[in-house]
Design a protein around this ligand. Sequence first.
Ligand SMILES: [Zn+2]
Ligand SMILES: [Zn+2]
Length: 330
Amino acid sequence: MRAIVLDRPGAFRVAEVPDPAPRPAEIVVRVECCGICGTDLHILAGEFPPTPYPITPGHEFAGIVVARGAGAAADLTEGTRVAVDPSLFCGRCRRCRAGRGNLCENWGAIGDTVDGAFAEYVAVPAVSAYRLPPHLDGQYGAMAEPLSCAVHGLRRLGPVLGSSAVLTGAGTMGLLLLQLLLRAGAGPVTVVDRIPARLEVARALGAAATAGDGGALAGERFDVAVDATGVPAAIEAALGLLDRGGRMLVFGVAPAEAAIGVSPFRIYNDELTIVGSMAVLRSFGAAVDLLSSGAVDPRALLAEPLPLAGFGTAVDRVRAGQGIKWHIRP
Ligand SMILES: [Zn+2]
Ligand SMILES: [Zn+2]
């Protein structure tokens, strides 16, 4: 089969590699669509420490079951369309046993630590596959993974009914978080992004107000802040916009060595709550249900998928902030 192979950081190619065969309890999926995200850029740049090289990346995917190993669930017959939770938790460490598998001491994920879905076929644990209803195509299915991260984030943030909110970053994750915030009853929601076209999408999806940067909101106060940029200055600005008693979700991935200034007095005196959210935790099924029911509609985020040979083009477009979500159709 053909697959994207990263031989080392910075060097990828479309390669001919052996087809995967299902081991016991695994299925093989013919990949219909695989999304490219910030993590892939970090893996490409050698900035995602758990990644071994060579590797085939790709962790946001859906496709068709084409083979089943011994002991794989009987309902995952050939021809079934599935989305796949890429999480590979060990199940044995202290955190897994405490129900926090996303913080697993032996954390792994398909496309991050083992070969993923920028390939024609990928072998995955059958228990990680979720059946998709007939009306969801592979590109919709590939949105289940980013949406499941957003679902986990919103669960970490807690109830938002009747809360005013400011959301920084209107890329894929920001626009999915926006839809979840609105569905969960937050409002009004103000969205901040420096790209005007993304703010237009945010307004179309229900944002009450938009701004090009946090500075434009000086003097306003919000019950809830969500950062989906990972830019330290944006996170600092969002914290500054919190009302007393406010809660902030740090969702965007900041550089590991970055630091921000926070007033401990304000955290104490204003009873601020700051929570983080890392990847997926028992949120994949909810994401599939939200997509299936139409409660979250990813259409405004999607572009026509590119072939495997267009991987470099897709990477360039993500880096340039062109469009919102790019998919590869191997
Ligand atoms: Zn991702
Ligand atoms: Zn573990």
